[in-house]
Design a protein around this ligand. Sequence first.
Ligand code: CO
Ligand code: CO
Length: 314
Amino acid sequence: MPKQVDSRLVLGFESSDDAAVIELDEHRYLINTVDFFTPIYNDPYVFGQIASANALSDIYAMGGTVLNCLNILSFPSEVDEKVISEILRGAYDKVIEANGVIAGGHTISTDHIIYGLSVNGFVEKSKLKTNSGAFPNQKLILTKKLGTGIYAKEINLNKDASDCQEVITSMITLNKKASEIMHKYRVSAVTDVTGFGLIGHLCEIAQASNVSITVYMDTLPLFDRTRELALIYPNGGMKRNFSHFGKHVQIDERINTQANINILFDPQTSGGLLIVIDNNDAEELLNELHNEGINAARIIGETDILTDKFIKVK
Ligand code: CO
Ligand code: CO
């Protein structure tokens, strides 16, 4: 892409933040984001909810409030109308929960179903959260469990299993409440864990903030069978993430197993917020997240002065 310089553009293509940020008026920024994918779950209503929660998440990762959305939809002509209306109903329900409006959209005909949303949000200038605000000696909190990519096949094969239901519930849960709670604290940097996996999104924060991050493997919140399924369902996304981000990571040799690598690089759908916060405030924020029902939240690591590797896993 040619590089565009425009004083209205606060964060654009060049930064690896969650969304584009544009000057709206004296007090507020406009936040734009877009996300879409092919169905990962064979219940169309649930897939619509997942795709919608996933697309809305980048607004919350910037500290913003959802404003309006447009549907992005494509499907083969032979698909039953009912399937499409169920996808749209699932997405609509999540946008309503986000206090947003679906204002329209665009549909084309293709070989596969694709669904997603473009989303606008806004944020008061002082409340904008980016990847670049972390300092050394802070804590990292992750608000959802890891393993949605690893579970992708299992949730379609074994949907009534309680852990599969937990994965689905996690993916359709908006990051809205976690975002609202974090605003009560001095939070330095925020992103959401999605396609680049935990390590990829940690790398973005480390790189943008010029810090190193140490992650403690045994503190990571995992679904019940994330570890067991990690070796059974390796996916292309985790391999791509490893080849892209692996050079920035040093994994302690005692825990450098294929299962751990698969977990660390597994692409997440509608993953949790990754919040960087002062040491002194971390426990209090964690307790408040737990009290508000965000039980999966854990302190997973800390920042440090930048050394030769962006990420260390111990
Ligand atoms: Co994001
Ligand atoms: Co995104």
